[in-house]
Design a protein around this ligand. Structure first.
Ligand code: GDP
Ligand code: MG
Length: 444
């Protein structure tokens, strides 16, 4: 693995003040092999190595980490940076319907994604409409209808046998239909071919012009490997896209395509599709993808990093704050900070689960729902500082504003505030009893 190989490279490095040029060159060779094994496109590997070399050359040898760990840390940070840092959220139109258009090669997972988005949006209180603008293959409309039914959402499709054929018109009409029937999000499924094809690219561009999407999502199979660069460039130039969805991440692809696409297009990867079932779908996590690209061997260094992030001090601080205030000044900001900590443990739990003997700890913390944390964070971030400090002031009109700002419905805001009050009550009780906040403990 990369970490083993780097450790071997740096056997004799302890005590030097700075990574030497020879050390950095040796390191670069190892990283290059790891990236190529992960199927990152060659030009992207070259550019990436250059970037890492420059950073490594300037870095002091750290006291806390050995050189191999230090290089892995740099590589990991650069990877996460290119893969998008924080994940971007979907942009919703100020004036509904929000239009999301899906583009990509045939078989990349667009129609499946339409169903996944439908289910997910419905879960967030939206009323999505899936639009069959793929009239290329005879059964494409049927496939979308089946997916929509499974997701329990509406579908807009041309009547069968009714002189079908103009996907641009179908797409255009669907927007009117959505407006009339009050669907607030329209997901337009489009056709693709196995290879890049001018005619179909033009059709996608025409659909785009007809529906003026708020988001064009480029759907790409994670197994695409070295072709990722050409395909992404063709869709960028032919249709243009705002975000990327990586599909089939449940397969054994190491995910090099993610790095290639992000590097070449500068667009964020927004979602990850992890299976054929409609709920096998999640926000894209750059940090997880970085560790996947680097290979399993880097698990330990990532765990170390995660352990540092989850500092024992933070927990202790929270406890003493609560003890001194009897829980009274526990605010929504604290609530959010606590959820984020639990979330960090959530990603640690995935890593732990892959190590022998760690199953038990994993079980303790693996029922954290990532999407719930994201949604909670979005809601709290849409509040004013005053509201976070003292949520009792959140009345109906404030609730409506917060809901709008965070793209959820009012009931979700209400539910969150209620949960917060519950938590505060619990905090206060625990503070009086001198106990620690109710977070599952990590081994020391
Ligand atoms: P489209 O041609 O772009 O619309 O692609 P489809 O949505 O029809 O998907 C093509 C095939 O890939 C279907 O058999 C899907 O079930 C499958 N598929 C789609 N997304 C995923 C995924 O995330 N994981 C796996 N394993 N299969 C997927
Ligand atoms: Mg399709």
């Amino acid at each position: 693995t990369l970490s083993d190989r780097l450790a071997a490279t740096f056997k004799n490095l302890r005590g030097k003040g700075r990574l030497s040029e020879a050390d950095i060159d040796a390191t670069a060779r190892e990283i290059r092999i790891a990236l190529l094994e992960a199927d990152v496109a060659l030009p992207v590997v070259r550019a990436f190595i250059k970037q890492v070399k420059e950073r490594a050359a300037g870095a002091e040898v750290s006291q806390a980490l050995n050189p191999a760990q230090q290089v892995i840390k740099i590589v990991n940070e650069e990877l996460v940076g290119i893969l998008g840092g924080e994940t971007r959220r979907l942009r919703f139109a100020k004036q509904p319907p929000t239009v999301i258009m899906l583009a990509g090669l045939q078989g990349s997972g667009k129609t499946t994604l339409a169903g996944k988005l439908g289910l997910w949006l419905k879960g967030q209180g939206h009323s999505p409409l899936l639009v069959a603008a793929d009239l290329q293959r005879p059964n494409a409309v049927t496939q979308l209808s089946v997916v929509a039914e499974r997701a329990g959402v509406a579908v807009y499709a041309p009547e069968p046998g009714n002189g079908v054929g103009d996907p641009v018109k179908v797409a255009k009409d669907s927007i009117e239909y959505a407006r009339a029937k009050q669907f607030d999000v329209v997901v337009v499924d489009t056709a693709g071919r196995l290879g890049i094809d001018q005619e179909l690219m033009q059709q996608a561009a025409d659909i785009r012009d007809a529906v003026s999407p708020d988001e064009v999502l480029f759907v790409v199979d994670a197994m695409i490997g070295q072709d990722a660069v050409n395909t992404a460039e063709a869709f960028r130039d032919g249709v243009g896209f705002d975000g990327v969805v990586l599909s089939k991440l449940d397969g054994d692809a190491r995910g090099g395509a993610a790095l290639s696409i992000a590097h070449v297009t500068g667009r964020q990867i927004m979602f990850a599709s992890n299976g054929e079932k409609l709920d096998e779908f999640d926000a894209f996590h750059p940090d997880r993808m970085a560790s996947r690209i680097l290979g399993m061997g880097d698990m330990m260094s990532l765990i170390e990093k995660a352990e540092q992030t989850f500092s024992q001090e933070e927990a202790a601080q929270m406890a003493s704050k609560l003890a001194s205030s009897k829980g009274k000044d526990f605010t929504l900001d604290d609530f959010l900070a606590q959820m984020e900590q639990v979330r960090k443990m959530g990603s640690i739990s995935k890593l732990l689960g892959m190590l022998p003997g760690m199953g038990q700890i994993k079980d303790q913390i693996n029922n954290i729902d990532e999407r719930d944390v994201d949604r909670t964070a979005a809601i709290i971030k849409s509040m004013t500082p005053g509201e976070r400090q003292e949520p009792t002031i959140i009345n109906g009109s404030r609730r409506a504003r917060i809901a709008k700002g965070s793209g959820v419905d009012v009931s979700a805001v209400k539910g969150l505030v209620e949960r917060f009050f519950e938590a505060r009550k619990m905090m206060s009780r625990m503070a009086q009893g001198g106990g620690m906040p109710g977070m599952p403990g990590m081994p020391g």
